[in-house]
Design a protein around this ligand. Structure first.
Ligand code: FES
Length: 248
């Protein structure tokens, strides 16, 4: 396959970026999107040019590092996968592909296609945990009975890998899907009840402080989420927030 790549190049958060054209040939359908970028970078290095900076780690859909906006969609044209799981067979010979970083005020560009998503970590640190006394004997695994439906929904929420596709897909750059998944995974379980009030207030407060936009229920986040995190979580977080505000 021969492709034309239009790649966003930007030196740092304060510089102006621009799309730069690259032609690449010999792309196999079985290559992943990131392997295709590896080939491009090898070529650039051999020519003495600066390689394109992009984020990645596990390359198997687990870590959420590979954040790319491909032809205007977070993680590209496929559904329920991350960029590292996207295969080049989804494209055709002669295609032009636009490759940009995830765009949001709260995700400043580090360089080229790499953005700083530590705002997500600060939201998580604000309350995405439970405080458990670990001294003494280990508690029996089934000591606290949990309804199967609740366990399933908590598990579904916990599959969020914090990639930021929800923010990149949203016209408001809202982080409600991410934050609500992190709130929900605890709100659904008995272990999460002790700190429920402080958790939701602190996490929503941090989300606002980071400069994410408001949710207007467009639902683009759910469609683009590689893990299929449901909008139900946003509704649950709003209920949790209302409950907590009334207590406060
Ligand atoms: S590199 Fe880890 S999810 Fe893509």
């Amino acid at each position: 396959m021969n492709l034309t790549l239009k790649i966003w190049r930007q030196s740092d958060a304060n510089s102006k970026g621009k799309l730069v054209d690259y032609n690449i040939s010999g792309v196999e359908g079985d290559m992943s999107f990131l392997e295709m970028l590896d080939v491009l970078n090898e070529d650039l290095i051999n020519k003495g040019e600066e390689p394109v900076v992009f984020d990645h780690d596990c390359r198997e859909g687990i870590c959420g590092a590979c954040s790319l906006q491909i032809n205007g969609e977070p993680h590209g044209p496929d559904r329920l996968i991350t960029t590292c799981q996207l295969h080049m067979r989804k494209f055709n010979d002669g295609d032009t592909i636009y490759i940009e970083p995830f765009r949001a005020k709260a995700f400043p560009v580090v360089k080229d296609l790499m953005v700083d998503r530590s705002s997500f970590e600060r939201i998580q640190q604000a309350g995405g945990y439970i405080s458990v006394n670990t001294s003494g004997n280990t508690q029996d695994a089934n000591a606290i009975p949990i309804r199967k439906e609740d366990a399933d929904e908590a598990m579904d929420a916990a599959t969020c890998i914090g990639c930021g596709a929800c923010v990149a897909a949203c016209k408001n750059a809202s982080a409600m899907l991410f934050t609500s998944a992190k709130v929900s995974q605890f709100a659904l379980l008995p272990q999460g009840q002790v700190e429920a009030t402080e958790r939701v207030l602190a996490m929503v407060n941090q989300m606002d402080e980071e400069g994410f936009g408001n949710c207007t229920n467009t639902g683009a986040c759910e469609i683009e989420c590689p893990k299929g995190i449901s909008l139900e979580n946003i509704a649950r977080m709003n209920r949790e927030y209302l409950k907590a505000s009334m207590k406060g």
